[in-house]
Design a protein around this ligand. Structure first.
Ligand SMILES: [Fe+2]
Length: 346
């Protein structure tokens, strides 16, 4: 396994680059905007293809690298379903898996620091975001934070993991890099409380100053989605209502770019072909599946995904591959459902 802990000294943020092998797919956790050049260089040096960028929660102290990494590498962006970010490619809930080639992370909903905080468990290690820090815990005094929820997340979720589980947080300000669940249980001063009320009182008396750039950073992180107006101007975007009306038309071929797990959980559209987004390059090449189907049927490919971001990137990729007659469903199956479109399960 390739495992890199990367540090941004300005915000004290740890980002993590994960991959199962050189030459394979990679995932990055909590990337920082100012460090994107460095990540891209490292990806190139290690011969890795970034396919997923995940934020554990909406950060208040640094601008996320999610949008910039998506624009540069066409990777999928991921946050929790509770996040106030405008658009990410994929949203996870408690118990969902985030997978790349050879690696799987379990999403654990751990609210408290914010109401969109997730931890990710991968085998012998857990990425705790700002929920559990080394000898500390994330503040709970803004972004719908809740000391009560955090106590539950820490004591009833994270501390229930095996004691030897390695703890990799999203921040450290003292120079620590890794801990274990057992070590934090015994030595984290915030966790030496006798009751939830004692914890709530402790967190309520921290009196921390707000992060310096919070008023700039939070709005920036909420507007991380891909700008899609250009596709609409080019007539390559169907809104949900137009898409619903096109259902069953013989000159349209719906292509579902989501992963199997998303299709099972959220349903799919009648007659849609399944072509997961990570393989879009392969599928659009001469001889590739989508290219062949488009040529053989003469139908217009209409891509869709969860929220419209992967499909917008697919339309662009198709254009670059010489397949001009494609479009996507703006807002994805989420918008489709909200407009009352029929969805198939099973
Ligand atoms: Fe945070």
């Amino acid at each position: 396994m390739i495992f890199r802990q990367l540090f941004d000294s300005v915000s004290g943020t740890y980002s993590y680059l994960l991959a199962s092998r050189p030459g394979g797919e990679a995932l990055i956790l909590d990337p920082v905007l100012e460090k994107v050049d460095r990540y891209c260089k490292l990806l190139q040096e290690l011969d890795l293809k970034l396919v997923k960028a995940v934020d554990t929660h909406l950060h208040a102290d640094h601008v996320t690298g999610l949008g910039e990494l998506r624009d540069r590498t066409q990777c999928i962006t991921i946050m929790g379903e509770q996040s106030k970010a405008d658009v990410v490619s994929m949203r996870v809930a408690d118990g969902d898996k985030v997978t790349i080639e050879g690696l799987s992370l379990d999403a654990i909903y751990t609210p408290g620091h914010t109401d969109d905080s997730y931890s990710y468990l991968m085998g012998d290690r857990v990425f705790t975001g700002d929920t559990l820090l080394i000898r500390g815990t994330g503040r709970t005094d803004f972004q719908n934070g809740s000391a009560r929820a955090q106590f539950d997340s820490i004591f009833n979720r994270l501390l229930k993991l095996p004691e030897e589980t390695l703890v990799f947080p999203a921040h450290d300000y003292k120079g620590d890099t890794v801990s274990t669940i057992g070590e934090e249980k015994r030595h984290n001063p915030r966790l030496q409380v006798k009751s939830i009320d004692e914890y709530v009182e402790l967190m309520g008396n921290l009196n921390l100053p707000n992060p310096k750039l919070m008023d700039v950073v939070i709005p920036a992180n909420m507007h991380v989605g891909l700008h899609q107006e250009e596709l609409a101007r080019q007539g390559r975007s169907l809104n949900a209502r137009e898409a619903i009306e096109s259902l069953g038309r013989t000159d349209v071929l719906l292509v579902d770019l989501r992963e199997s797990g998303e299709r099972t959980k959220h349903g799919t559209l009648s007659g849609a072909l399944h072509a997961p987004y990570p393989s879009i390059g392969e599928n659009l090449k001469p001889g590739g599946m989508l290219r062949e189907v488009a040529a053989a049927t003469g139908r217009r490919i209409v891509f869709f995904c969860a929220f419209g971001e992967r499909s917008a990137m697919a339309v662009k990729a198709a254009g670059e591959a010489g397949l001009a007659n494609t479009a996507h469903i703006a807002g994805g199956i989420d918008a489709w459902k909200k407009a009352g479109g029929p969805v198939q399960h099973g």
